[in-house]
Design a protein around this ligand. Sequence first.
Ligand code: BYC
Length: 314
Amino acid sequence: MTTESLTRRFQDKIDQELKIEPKDWMPDAYRKTLIRQISQHAHSEVVGMLPEGNWITRAPSLRRKVALLAKVQDEAGHGLYLYSACETLGIRRETLIEELLSGKAKYSSIFNYPTLTWADIGAIGWLVDGAAIMNQVPLCRCSYGPYARAMVRVCKEESFHQRQGFEILLTLCQGAADQKAMAQDALDRWWWPSLMMFGPSDKDSIHTAQSMRWKIKRFTNDELRQKFIDMTVPQAEVLGLTIPDPELQWDEASGHYHSGPIDWEEFGQVLRGNGPCNAERLEARQRAHQEGTWVREAAQAYAAKQIEESKKVG
Ligand code: BYC
């Protein structure tokens, strides 16, 4: 079969909503796009543990500590499913990790912002996990089977995370004036970076059109961002908080909220490694990798011994 006919058959399969599985033929560019997106996603889960992990020892009660610990562990698990899904495309996990540690691979811009107060943990759950769900629910229908299946479980856990975040903020907003002010301050700092999570606007997005044809993405970055704004504004009203966007208003004609412009210069700076915490995040991952060397070596030695013993029994 020629590459042309293989490509046609591949696209037909996608158009019929059939899944592409690891051993199926796929164009190199499809494989490359998936490796890029899934690995960036996996790295985001792993780096995403850092800003929240920062608050585990300072959570205000045992109940809060248990919930936060569970959430951070879930994120480690999401990273592992996603690295496994990525490996089915024929790339080694070690290579992916090296790319993260060397600064070559991207991870979500959002995790380069600091968590300054307890309210930030609520804002991350409410906004960051809320944005993640909006982006990831359509990924459960991604054309690549292993990624789509990993996303089903990830999304279930993310919805628990979103609720715990909202509940933290609701408690603060129903508390003392200082607590409510802390919640407002967290919203002020996390709102715009959360909108940036959805990626560049459609006119600047380099990958969206092709990814939509391949049904990796089902919606454009701007479509998902708008859905997120429409969902979140009424939730801010329930909390009694003000979204820090003077241009935000309901537009009857379109049935959507109109919002002000995003500071794409800030987004670009964060992507180029110049965000408030880029250096700190990378340094923390490099240190963890270094300190974990003995664990990887011990696991490998144990696995080698098991294989040796099974050969003897065999
Ligand atoms: N941060 O053409 P575009 C989570 C890059 S949630 C950094 O639109 P695409 C979590 C993009 O990679 C966060 N980089 O690309 C939540 C590309 O650069 P390269 C992770 C970004 O791929 C709570 C360039 O900009 N979620 O994990 O079609 C707790 C042009 O963009 C960002 C996912 O990764 C950004 N925000 O669309 C814990 C979901 N946005 O690669 C954890 C899966 C864009 O050409 N990923 N870039 O050098 C996606 O859905 C898509 O990859 C994106 C970008 C919507 C993010």
